[in-house]
Ligand binder design. Structure first.
Ligand SMILES: C[S@@+](CC[C@H](N)C(=O)[O-])C[C@H]1O[C@@H](n2cnc3c(N)ncnc32)[C@H](O)[C@@H]1O
Length: 194
């Protein structure tokens, strides 16, 4: 099955096969949250269980978390309780997501998309970020091309993210990642040029 099909993900959430799920807010997000600039609107695309929604909300941000898998959205809403309305079922590439965000948070979303869709991902990020906005989060620079997760290469990232400047780039300590990504994850902040 194709990872650009919501059913691919529904079947994983429904059968409990979610090895990418950290079951908590990633430590590096907690560490970087205060340095991400003035709290504003943040989009969390492909949010899965949405653990980070509460962290952004409590830090004063206005989060909108989206996922195109109905099963993921149901799980996220269950986890978030009173904050459930911050999660919406939507396709990142569809028309229902509008507006300009100050920040877009990435974790295990880009690497979940077939690489053929990566140029579309960058185009969509540019549409959804305000000029000067930031795409920040976790990027997977693995070696096994048989995804998902599909690994990004350093040169490939530089070619893809041409409208952006990479201002923060930090390796994630292996013990903070899920086993499959240990040693291959980086926290990166890509700033959209005004
Ligand atoms: C590997 S999971 C990561 C989930 C979450 N970000 C995390 O860190 O646990 C990838 C998620 O992206 C979602 N997804 C894939 N393509 C999408 C799209 N076009 N629009 C919205 N969500 C999408 C999937 O349903 C899945 O929940």
């Amino acid at each position: 099955m194709d990872s650009s099909d919501p059913q691919f993900w529904d079947s994983r959430y429904l059968s409990g096969q979610t090895p990418w799920d950290l079951q908590r807010v990633p430590l590096a997000l907690v560490e970087h949250l205060k340095q991400l600039g003035k709290a504003g609107a943040v989009l969390l695309p492909g949010c899965g269980m949405g653990h980070e929604v509460r962290a952004f909300h409590e830090a004063g941000w206005k989060p909108l978390a989206i996922d195109f898998s109905a099963a993921a959205v149901a799980r996220a809403r269950e986890t978030l309780g009173p904050l459930a309305s911050l999660v919406r079922q939507a396709d990142f590439f569809g028309d229902e997501i509008k507006g300009r965000y100050d920040l877009i948070y990435e974790r295990a979303f880009l690497c979940a998309l077939p690489p053929v869709r990566w140029p579309d991902y960058v185009t969509r990020m540019v549409q959804l970020l305000r000029p000067g906005g930031v795409l920040a989060g976790f990027f997977y620079y693995g070696i096994d091309p048989d995804g998902p997760p599909f690994p990004l290469g350093t040169d490939q990232a530089a070619r893809l993210f041409t409208p952006f400047d990479l201002r923060v780039d930090r390796a994630i300590p292996p013990e903070q990642s899920i086993p499959l990504q240990a040693g291959y994850e980086r926290w990166q902040e890509w700033h959209l040029r005004p």
